[in-house]
Design a protein around this ligand. Structure first.
Ligand SMILES: CC(C)(COP(=O)(O)OP(=O)(O)OC[C@H]1O[C@@H](n2cnc3c(N)ncnc32)[C@H](O)[C@@H]1OP(=O)(O)O)[C@@H](O)C(=O)NCCC(=O)NCCS
Length: 174
């Protein structure tokens, strides 16, 4: 039986996180998108220096999920992330949650999400929100299981392609 461990990322994880973040992003979106937009997006958002900076940023919490010590998933939360249309003071944003394909539907995302919600709650925030591509039905179904509801939409600039993201939000309860 596999053991899933969730822990905060540290500076030494930057290279592994950069690799995982880019690989899972490409796995998720490459087939439905233009390779040039993908290349632009990845160059701008993934790389050891970029992920190191995000790990060290005081307003970010990055959680890693390891299955039997192998990195399998990560979640990235931005604290104090105001959003138009969300009235709660100091909401948190779930910026990224990506699981290696081999671990989809096997409880890793569930464990990670529980820790995301607990972490957000510990910061005193009442609401957590996220943007999800309108053409990502599995993620939308997943978020609904944790009480996220669609509250709006925004443009996600993917390379040169302005895409429609649904904005979903959940209220955190004690
Ligand atoms: C989104 C993600 C974190 C969810 O984790 P998961 O382990 O796959 O999630 P689960 O299997 O627990 O839940 C997904 C739900 O979607 C449903 N689902 C599965 N495939 C689906 C599909 N093609 N369309 C719609 N719903 C689908 C499942 O039935 C499941 O609901 P259920 O528990 O009621 O059966 C994971 O799939 C992932 O990392 N995907 C790639 C990265 C990504 O899209 N991240 C989110 C970016 S905003």
């Amino acid at each position: 039986m596999s053991v899933v461990t969730i822990r905060p990322a540290n500076e030494q994880d930057a290279a592994d996180l950069a690799d995982l973040a880019e690989r899972t992003f490409r796995d998720t979106f490459a087939t439905e998108n233009n390779p040039a937009d993908m290349a632009l997006h990845c160059a701008e958002h993934f790389g050891v220096a970029i992920q190191r900076q995000e790990i060290l940023a005081p307003n970010h919490v990055i959680l890693l999920a390891e299955v039997d010590t192998q990195l399998a998933a990560f979640a990235q939360v931005r604290l104090h992330a105001p959003k138009a249309g969300i009235a709660a003071p100091q909401p948190a944003e779930l910026q990224r949650l990506y699981v290696e394909k081999a671990w989809h539907g096997r409880g890793v995302a569930h464990k990670l999400m529980l820790q995301v919600l607990a972490t957000a709650m510990q910061t005193g925030t009442e609401t957590i929100w996220l943007g999800v591509w309108e053409h990502n039905p599995r993620a939308i179904a997943f978020y609904r299981k944790y009480g996220f509801q669609v509250v709006g939409e925004h443009v996600f600039q993917f390379g040169n392609d302005p895409q429609r993201d649904l904005v979903m939000a959940a209220t955190l309860n004690d």
